[in-house]
Design a protein around this ligand. Structure first.
Ligand SMILES: Nc1ncnc2c1ncn2[C@@H]1O[C@H](COP(=O)(O)OP(=O)(O)O)[C@@H](O)[C@H]1O
Ligand SMILES: [Mg+2]
Length: 395
């Protein structure tokens, strides 16, 4: 039974492009030929082209991106004559018939930018396609460190004291913003609000370093967050699986860093073969008191609900290593490697995790389609339109 097409979407115009390629290929490898799905890749290049084709299913081909683009076929979503959403392939020849494949569901494996911030999820929603993971709102809030933290703060979940500002505000009022930041006391940590993988993140110890780090961060993002540094720091993460109505939580992990902050290198390159997040140095389950683990797990479920997440997320916490006070740091709505290593430790194999994500996406999609989507009115009837001002001939 191999008739349902699962579209695996990855890549994208994001600084985390390569990480997404790895996550997608890990998921493809986990879904063996008995999964019941025919896998089709949807690879979005760094410049935003949508491509498909067999060549994209072999990770080795990503060593030469130019050649890979030539071997692949342009594609797009479209509606077929029956109104179903299809992946339409090929662009050559005005009269040539394009290949069209009905899509059963989309496995969304982007990291960062428009693949993770709700934009791609919105495209799927417009095309009425089941797409794994959070929808537009959960994805958008999850991608915005300031928005996610302010929702948590409003609900009594501890977050680190911080100052955030936009590029124009910095240009207009740098001294006042610097004063406000210095009230937090050095060292502080500078972060782009919408990025991940520690890109543009820097701990600074004085004003000169601060200004330099802020200007570097503005190269990635127009919104910057500067936080008080937690030291000595212990990082604890866990993953939540479910919907905003019901959730399960994984064991906690403790990622281990060789530097002051967990760097891109720590996260993805600790293994020569670049196996992705799963190969980074980590302690699973984290060797922390049960009460702390339980508090973090319960808080994670609460945040998942508050942010209207769905499918899977990994929630990251900063813990003061001496006092064990914990702070919500961020939520990753499409975590590296789909956090499969946490679920494996919690008794759920990688292939089962992916299958559950797809089932959940399909189920939620069906539930959405069952709800009333239109409201019958006669607003556009001739009589009603007559009374509306501002229309031609209706002065
Ligand atoms: N307030 C903080 N105090 C100390 N270290 C921090 C703080 N915030 C972040 N870090 C360190 O920086 C890393 C990256 O920051 P994070 O907010 O997780 O951004 P990203 O989305 O890029 O992963 C964290 O994993 C942690 O090691
Ligand atoms: Mg992080």
């Amino acid at each position: 039974m191999q008739n349902k097409t699962l579209l695996v979407a990855f890549g994208g115009a994001s600084p985390e492009h390569e990480v997404s390629v790895l996550t997608a290929h890990q998921a493809i490898a986990a879904l063996d030929s008995n999964s019941g799905y025919q896998i089709k890749p949807l690879y979005i290049t760094k410049s935003g082209r949508w491509l498909t084709g067999e060549a994209l299913l072999d990770l080795k081909n990503f060593e030469d991106l130019k050649k890979l683009e030539q071997q692949s076929v342009p594609c797009k979503f479209a509606h077929n004559e029956y109104g179903a959403t299809v992946l339409q392939e090929g662009s050559k020849g005005f009269f040539s018939k394009k290949t069209e494949t009905p899509i059963f569901a989309v496995l969304c494996a982007f990291h960062g930018s428009s693949g993770e911030n709700g934009a791609f999820q919105g495209v799927c929603e417009m095309y009425n396609l089941p797409c794994t993971g959070s929808g537009v709102m959960g994805s958008a809030i999850g991608m915005d460190k300031v928005a996610a933290k302010s929702i948590c703060r409003d609900h009594g979940i501890p977050v680190v004291d911080a100052v955030d500002f936009l590029e124009q505000e910095w240009i207009d009022g740098q001294p006042a913003i610097t004063d406000q930041i210095e009230k937090l006391d050095y060292p502080v940590i500078v972060k782009p609000v919408h990025l991940g993988s520690s890109i543009g993140v820097e701990i600074v110890k004085n004003r000169d370093e601060l200004i330099h780090a802020v200007e570097t961060a503005f190269r990635y993002d127009q919104h910057i967050l500067v936080e008080k540094v937690i030291s000595p720091l212990m990082e604890i993460n866990c993953s939540v699986l479910g919907s905003s109505q019901k959730q399960r939580v994984s064991v906690c992990e403790r990622p281990l860093s060789r530097e002051e902050i967990l760097s891109f290198k720590d996260k993805y390159m600790s293994d020569e073969n670049m196996k992705g997040m799963a190969s980074a140095d980590r302690e699973i389950p984290a060797d922390i008191p049960d009460a702390l683990a339980t508090s973090i797990q319960e808080t994670s479920k609460k945040i998942f609900r508050l942010i209207s997440c769905s499918g899977l997320a990994r929630l990251d916490f900063l813990v003061h290593a001496d006092t064990h006070q914990f702070y919500f740091n961020e939520i990753n709505t499409i975590p590296g490697s789909f956090s499969f290593y946490l679920w494996k430790e919690s008794g759920l194999a990688f292939d089962q995790l992916i299958l559950e994500l797809i089932d959940r996406a399909v189920e939620e999609h069906q539930q959405r389609n069952r709800r009333i989507q239109s409201y019958e009115t006669n607003l556009l009837s001739k009589k009603a339109v007559k009374g509306i001002k501002g229309l031609k001939d209706n002065k």
